[in-house]
Write a protein that binds this ligand. Structure first.
Ligand SMILES: [Zn+2]
Length: 242
């Protein structure tokens, strides 16, 4: 995996800015890992996808990640800094899980970007859950007879959703947060795909402004401006502003 340079960031931002977030994450990985096809990257269990996005974030923007969350107890906006490398764990075993609940025997597989994309068009959350469950249930039986995932009782569906999560322990990036206002502590989750895209978008906007200012002042080409080191570009920007 390589890090994203300034030209990469503008190119991926231009192509993927109108994509669904699931596809934006894949577009970022395709830029960093051109040796992998879109299908290969979209078939990764979500925990593997997120581990790669964390590595990409680290190599492109550094280890320290600043973000904010809302305290579930008092609604205070909590700013935090977290280390990308601390969130990365060695690749855990990802495999199908079996579940035996209320007379039903199920086999579940971990979710992938393809599944998220399939659920993205759902009318509401309940419909999205139904689609995800339908897709990650590999096999469902009761008394050796096949059962459609849609026909599972509520409690079995809930247990199945939990089993799908356990099939991919890294699918949720969990870390502990504390609220400075009410001292409540909780397990927060980090949506690295969302955060990384927001950072790429912010960097792209800044690069466009820098190109705009330098091109206007000196008549230089975009490719030449992007090809400069950030230090040299900043030095010229300071002179333009002086
Ligand atoms: Zn609080």
């Amino acid at each position: 995996m390589r890090s994203l340079g300034d030209a990469d960031i503008l190119a991926v931002w231009e192509t993927a800015q109108r994509y669904h977030p699931v596809d934006q994450a894949i577009a970022l990985l395709m830029t960093a890992e051109p040796e992998h096809s879109r299908d290969e990257l979209a078939s990764l269990p979500l925990g593997r996808r997120d581990a790669r996005l964390l590595s990409l974030r680290l190599s492109t923007f550094g280890d320290a990640l600043h973000s904010r969350a809302t305290c579930p107890q008092c609604n205070e906006a909590v700013e935090f800094e977290i280390s990308c490398s601390a969130l990365r764990t060695p690749d855990a075993e990802v495999h199908e899980r079996t579940l035996d609940a209320e007379g039903y025997q199920l086999r579940m597989r971990p979710l992938t970007s393809f599944d998220l994309a399939a659920a993205a068009g759902a009318a509401d959350v309940a419909e999205a859950r139904r689609i995800l469950l339908q897709r990650c249930v590999v096999d469902a039986r009761r008394n050796d007879a096949f059962v459609n995932a849609d026909e599972l009782p509520g409690a079995v569906s809930a247990a199945a959703a939990q089993a799908a999560l356990l099939a991919d322990p890294q699918a949720e990036l969990l870390f502990e947060l504390g609220c400075p206002a009410c001292a409540h502590r909780w397990q927060a989750t980090l949506d690295i795909a969302h955060i990384l895209w927001k950072e790429v978008d912010a960097r792209a906007q800044r690069l466009l402004m820098e190109v705009h200012q330098l091109a206007r002042a000196y008549g230089w080409r975009e490719a030449d401006i992007l090809g400069m080191s950030p230090a040299r570009r900043n030095a010229y920007l300071q002179r333009v502003a002086a």
